[in-house]
Structures are given as structure tokens and as C-alpha cells.
Write a protein that binds this ligand. Structure first.
Ligand code: GRF
Length: 210
């Protein structure tokens, strides 16, 4: 699959989906202040209210929307609504930045191949919700973060980029996760910019940015 740089009316625009503190989102917001970065955040969506990530978007005057699973009878209806809300902004790329829900069939039908997610471990090690804790419990000396193209599995999609982070003897889950997030923000800003500006190809599991 090839995703060439989008030259349409919404060229360079992304939608970012969030669930928490939004420091990865903030790194993207800060990067977009430089026109040379070539990316515009068209909207920020969340699966819950009252999170710092939404406040960060509002402070930056970026449109926001909230799509809560609890407001729908089925998960499929939620997924369909989320898809429509993202589609309204015609993004070139969708970025899941700490978004704690799995997107479903409708979403992947429309945005599969142009949705990326960031994960706080070196996949395929430690997929799922407790990656820094599981890395620490396992006793690994190196962990890190992974940017990948979302598919229907849990953290299974083709890898775009990875960054390694050392584990210190006295690390707690919090100190380790914070060190990973510092690397994660750098990786996210770098690769989202490159993917949007230059396009990318996915051939089987190989992601290439020309
Ligand atoms: C990141 O480490 C992300 O990979 C994980 O949750 C964290 C989100 O951090 N899923 P933030 O909300 O961007 O600060």
C-alpha cells in the first residue's frame, strides 16, 4: 500500500486522538508552530471528557470532539460515530497519541493504512496497556517506544520507527515511563512530519518513507 503526500484541500492535516494527559499531543502542537513542519492539526478527538489533552487542544484553539463508548448501544456504533467525526476533517493521517481504545472495523475501513499509534515499548515486546510496568517486572535493561501503522490487532501493526531507552536499576514505573515518553515525543514529531510531508509505503510489514 502506498500513501503519497496529500495535495488536496486538507493537505498536511491530521486528526489526533487522545485519552489522557496529552504530552505527545503537546509536542505535535508545538511542532506545528513552525510552518516548515508542514503539518496542521485539524482536530483533536477523545473518548472521554475532562482530560488535560483536551485542554491543551482548546488552549491552542484546535477544534475538539468527544466520542464516548458509554453513549452508544454497541461498540460498533461507537466506532462508526468516531469514524464519522474524524472523517469530517478529511485528514491525511490519523494519529493515536495515548488513545486508550481499539478502533474497529468501520474506522479501519476508512482510515486503515493511514492511522498510526505510539506505544511505550519496543514491539513486539510488551504489547497492551501496562508496557512500562511489564518491562520493569521482566527485568529488561533496554526498552523504548514504537510508532506503528494501526491494524486490527493489539499493537501488532507494521513498525514505522522505534527508539531505545535504557532501564536504570532504581527506576519505578513512573520514572521509566517518563523517560520513554521523552523519546516517544521526539519520535512522534519526527516521523509524523516525515510521513505527512513525504508520504510512505507499507509493503507487507515494511514501512518506508521515501
Ligand atoms: C504514552 O506513553 C502512550 O504511548 C501511552 O500512553 C502515554 C500517553 O501519554 N499509550 P500522553 O497522554 O501523551 O502524555
Amino acid at each position: 500500500m502506498t500513501t503519497t503526500p496529500d495535495t488536496g484541500s486538507n493537505a498536511g492535516s491530521i486528526v489526533v486522538l487522545v485519552s489522557g494527559s496529552g504530552t505527545n499531543l503537546q509536542a505535535l502542537i508545538d511542532a506545528t508552530a513552525d510552518p516548515a513542519y508542514g503539518v496542521r492539526i485539524a482536530a483533536v478527538g477523545a473518548d472521554r471528557d475532562d482530560i488535560e489533552a483536551l485542554s491543551r487542544a482548546r488552549r491552542a484553539q484546535i477544534p475538539t470532539f468527544v466520542c464516548r463508548v458509554a453513549d452508544f448501544a454497541t461498540r460498533a456504533e461507537w466506532d462508526f460515530a468516531l469514524t464519522s467525526q474524524v472523517a469530517a476533517y478529511s485528514p491525511s493521517l490519523v494519529v493515536l497519541a495515548g488513545f486508550m481504545k481499539l478502533t474497529g472495523e468501520a474506522f479501519l475501513g476508512q482510515f486503515g493504512g493511514r492511522t498510526v499509534n505510539t506505544h511505550p515499548a519496543l514491539l513486539p515486546s510488551f504489547p497492551g496497556m501496562r508496557a512500562p510496568e511489564e518491562a520493569l517486572d521482566y527485568g529488561v535493561k533496554v526498552t523504548g517506544c514504537t510508532l506503528f501503522v494501526v491494524d486490527s490487532g493489539v499493537d501488532t501493526g507494521p513498525v514505522v520507527a522505534q527508539s531505545a531507552v535504557g532501564v536504570d536499576d532504581d527506576d519505578t514505573v513512573q520514572t521509566l515511563h517518563e523517560r520513554i515518553k521523552t523519546a516517544e515525543r521526539r519520535m512522534l514529531v519526527d516521523y509524523v512530519g516525515r510521513m505527512v510531508r513525504e508520504g510512505f509505503t507499507v509493503t507487507e510489514r515494511k514501512v518506508t518513507i521515501p
